[in-house]
Design a protein around this ligand. Structure first.
Ligand code: KG4
Ligand code: ZN
Length: 353
């Protein structure tokens, strides 16, 4: 059997992205091209992603991004085994643009379509970058999602814990906004935190020590807001110290929730995880990566965190998830619908984030 070459398309949020990835019969992955056109400049005047602007930018850019991904990979459509697109969850206008384009390409090039769950793509990226075997404990931390999952196979995800209010990335973005830091907030809060004193404020660590591996961020976010209001007008040092103290609280609570999640994993799956895998945009945060390395050692496993550019949204993760599904014979009909909501664990459908 030859390597599978798959084109992947990502348009669920504010990145227009396409990539070509190969998967060998033994499961080894290789990125041939990975093109991302960020819309940050389009959205920054509004301090967040504006869905209508995002959808229009995807329409304008996607054909060019795909052409560049194919050119960089040095292949033609005839060389592809399949065309994959994120079919949700995400901003529905953007998802429609990506999925419709993928359907048109699949039809025109007589290739199968693979409709990928964006969260599944984050979940499987560590198999592309680090060749991680199943089952593993996944910490998925992005702008819209904060979950601990047991990843048992392609398509087999069981949710262990989730946030009862905000996602971690959302909390970073909201703290950035209240401190008047530029959008996107997460990387900016991390930059400021590196300059500040993490011990100046002692912010709450909601849910710390609880047995159930769930998350809560809103009390921490409110505590930062109250402190910022009390100090206003804020000096540069105040902003840096608030960011550092906020990030320290996030690091503590994430590590504690992962420890609780590891205990649940063993009860649920019946064995230890092969690795602690971190996925989603917040995985780009260096302080969180370093702290989780220690936590992984404590729970007796290794850690796998894709490089920052593969933690945040990208086309390679969609192409790879498409290749993983294709290798198991999983393809989709051209009548498949885009989905704004699409939980990874159907048993937990309806719960927040
Ligand atoms: O996975 P992603 O690119 O998009 C979603 O699917 O949500 O994640 C974006 C989120 C944003 O909330 C962003 O602020 C956060 O990831 N993020 C970070 C960092 N880089 C991105 N949060 C903390 N530190 C970072 N360095
Ligand atoms: Zn994402």
């Amino acid at each position: 059997m030859a390597d599978l070459l798959v084109l992947g398309i990502e348009t669920t949020c504010d990145e227009t992205a396409a990539a070509v990835v190969s998967r060998s019969p033994s499961g080894a992955g290789h990125i041939l091209s990975n093109v991302i056109r960020s819309q940050i400049e389009d959205h920054s005047p509004y301090g967040g992603v504006v869905p209508e602007i995002a959808a229009r930018a995807h329409v304008e850019m996607l054909d060019l991004v795909i052409a560049e991904a194919m050119r960089n990979a040095g292949i033609g459509f005839n060389d592809l085994a399949a065309i994959a697109s994120a079919a949700g969850p995400g901003l529905i206008g953007g998802v429609i643009v990506g999925l419709t384009t993928a359907k048109a390409l699949a039809l025109a090039s007589h290739r199968p379509l693979v409709a990928v769950n964006h969260l599944e793509a984050h979940a499987l990226t560590a198999r592309l970058t680090d060749g991680i075997a199943f089952p593993y404990l996944l910490l998925l931390v992005s702008g819209g999602h904060t979950q601990l999952l047991a990843v048992e196979d392609v398509g087999r995800y069981r949710r262990i814990g989730t946030t009862v209010d905000d996602a971690v990335g959302e909390a970073f973005d909201k703290v950035a906004k209240m401190l008047s830091l530029p959008y996107p907030g997460g990387p900016e809060v991390e930059r400021q935190a590196a300059l500040g004193d993490a011990d100046r404020f002692s912010f709450p660590r909601p849910m710390f020590g609880r047995r159930e591996p769930d998350f809560s961020l809103s009390g921490l976010k409110t505590a930062v807001r109250l402190e910022a209001d009390r100090l206003a007008p804020l000096s540069e040092d105040d902003v840096a110290d608030l960011c550092a103290s906020f990030q320290a609280a996030v690091v503590d609570l994430i590590c504690d929730r992962v420890r609780a999640g590891a205990r649940h994993f063993r009860d649920l799956v019946g064995s230890a995880p092969t690795a602690l895998v971190v996925a989603g945009g917040v995985g780009a945060n260096a302080a969180i990566r370093v702290a989780l390395q220690k936590t992984a050692a404590e729970i007796g496993t290794r850690i796998a965190v894709p490089p920052p550019a593969l933690c945040t949204d990208n086309g390679a993760m969609i192409a790879w998830a498409g290749a993983e599904r294709l290798s198991r014979g999983l393809t989709d009909s051209l009548s498949i619908s885009p989905r704004a909501r699409w939980p990874l664990d159907p048993a937990s459908a309806g719960a927040k984030a």
